[in-house]
Structure formats: C-alpha cells, structure tokens
Design a protein around this ligand. Structure first.
Ligand SMILES: [Zn+2]
Length: 102
C-alpha cells in the first residue's frame, strides 16, 4: 500500500515553502537596500556586507521561530514502526504506511 500524505503534513509543507519565500525575500531586500541607486555611478554601499549579514540573521531567526512554532502547534509524535515524526492525530504513518490501533 502506498503511503498517502495526510492534510496535516501537506499544510506543514506549504508553511515551510512560505517561510522559505519570506527568508529569500528578506535577503533579496537587503541586497536592494545595500545598493546605492541614487549615486552617479550606482554601486554597493560601504556598509553593504553588514546590512546583508543583518538580513541573513533576521531570516535565520524567522526560520527558526517558524520551526519552533510548527513543533509547538502540531505536537508531533513518533511512528512506532519507523520512528519518524508524524502528525499528532495521524491514523497511519505517512512515511511507512503503518496503521495505528485506534
Ligand atoms: Zn512509520
């Protein structure tokens, strides 16, 4: 029997994709902000590395915070068959297809 992902797992994947988009948006924005568009010869500002470093730091915090909140909300348990993390209310394991006794 093929393992079918539960809606909970699909939702977590969607949220992860959204967080990845936000992370890339923050880093991209920092690159745009660190560029001197108004100057006669547009070039990166002197403090560009520190702006980009700060953006990566913020992006990392957003990423870690989203991971922590996901763990807190879904309260994952482990599959008794394969040991992988599965949704709290899963009726069967999305990875190995093991059916849990009700
Ligand atoms: Zn399993």
């Amino acid at each position: 029997m093929a393992a079918i992902p539960t809606p909970e797992v699909a939702g977590t994947e969607r949220q992860r994709a959204r967080v990845t988009t936000i992370v890339f948006f923050i880093i991209g924005l920092s690159v745009i902000l660190s560029y001197e568009w108004g100057a006669p010869t547009p070039s990166f500002r002197n403090d560009a590395p520190s702006i980009i470093f700060f953006a990566i730091l913020v992006a990392a915090i957003v990423y870690i915070a989203s991971r922590v909140s996901t763990l807190g909300l879904h309260r994952p348990r482990s599959c008794t068959s394969c040991g992988r993390r599965i949704p709290f209310d899963a009726l069967f394991c999305p990875y190995c297809g093991y059916q849990f006794p009700r």
